[in-house]
Ligand binder design. Structure first.
Ligand code: AMP
Length: 213
């Protein structure tokens, strides 16, 4: 099963993707994670995208489509979860073509609906584990008292450079201008399922399981 998790920044796509990886042996393809890796390891592409990402703008379609093309040739386990991709209509068309080339298809697009007001507090409270990428939230899911990740035991707490109010405003604007048209695109293809992304992690997990059948 290949699925897209669609929703604004802070909707919980990464958190739910991690759960699907654990529960269903799926492979998470997060273009945001791939770009951050390129930036942190100082590759040429990483240098090009660093400022764009810090501002909260979208990087070019060409770059992200190239990243996804490479990954589709790799191990897919129980299927791919596209997390943060596609974000524009040309990316959505490119994904359809790439999947067809590999003899794959898209099975579902899950929209995670959240109230915009909740996004700011979610994002500014967010941290991830440097070891395994497990997502924490200072208010709803704080780091364990012993400072060790519940999943892998790492003590490395990471906060994203673009998880601040200014960048978030821009990321939200990019979402509404360029990504939200994908809701209509996938609805028209009969693939869109919407879930409430505002509940507890396990409630959202159950809604997604229901949507995937
Ligand atoms: P994310 O981790 O998905 O929130 O992505 C972080 C940042 O990476 C975004 O604000 C964009 O600058 C960039 N990015 C990630 N995925 C894409 C994409 N599919 N298209 C364009 N830019 C992206």
């Amino acid at each position: 099963m290949n699925i897209i998790l669609l929703g604004p920044p802070g909707a919980g796509k990464g958190t739910q993707a991690h759960i699907l990886v654990e529960d269903r042996n799926m492979t998470q393809l997060s273009t945001g994670d791939m770009l951050r890796e390129a930036k942190d390891s100082g590759t040429e592409m990483g240098k090009i995208v660093a400022d764009v990402m810090a501002r909260g703008d979208l990087v070019t379609d060409e770059i992200v489509i190239g990243l996804i093309r490479e990954k589709l040739q790799g191990e897919k386990g129980g299927g791919f979860i596209f997390d943060g991709f596609p974000r524009t209509l040309p990316q959505a068309d490119a994904l359809a073509a790439l999947l067809e080339e590999c003899g794959e298809s898209l099975d579902a697009v899950v929209e995670m609906q959240v109230d915009d007001n909740a996004l700011v507090s979610r994002i500014t409270a967010r941290s991830t584990c440097g070891g395994c990428g497990n997502v924490y939230n200072d208010i709803t899911k704080p780091w364990p008292a012993d400072g060790k990740c519940e999943n892998c035991g790492s003590t490395e707490v990471k906060r994203r450079a673009d998880d601040n109010e200014d960048s978030l405003k821009n990321r939200l604007m990019e979402y509404y201008k360029k990504t939200s048209p994908l809701l209509g695109y996938y609805y028209a293809k009969g693939m869109l399922q919407s879930v409430n992304g505002l509940g507890e992690i396990n409630e959202v997990k159950a809604s997604i399981a229901g949507a995937l059948g």
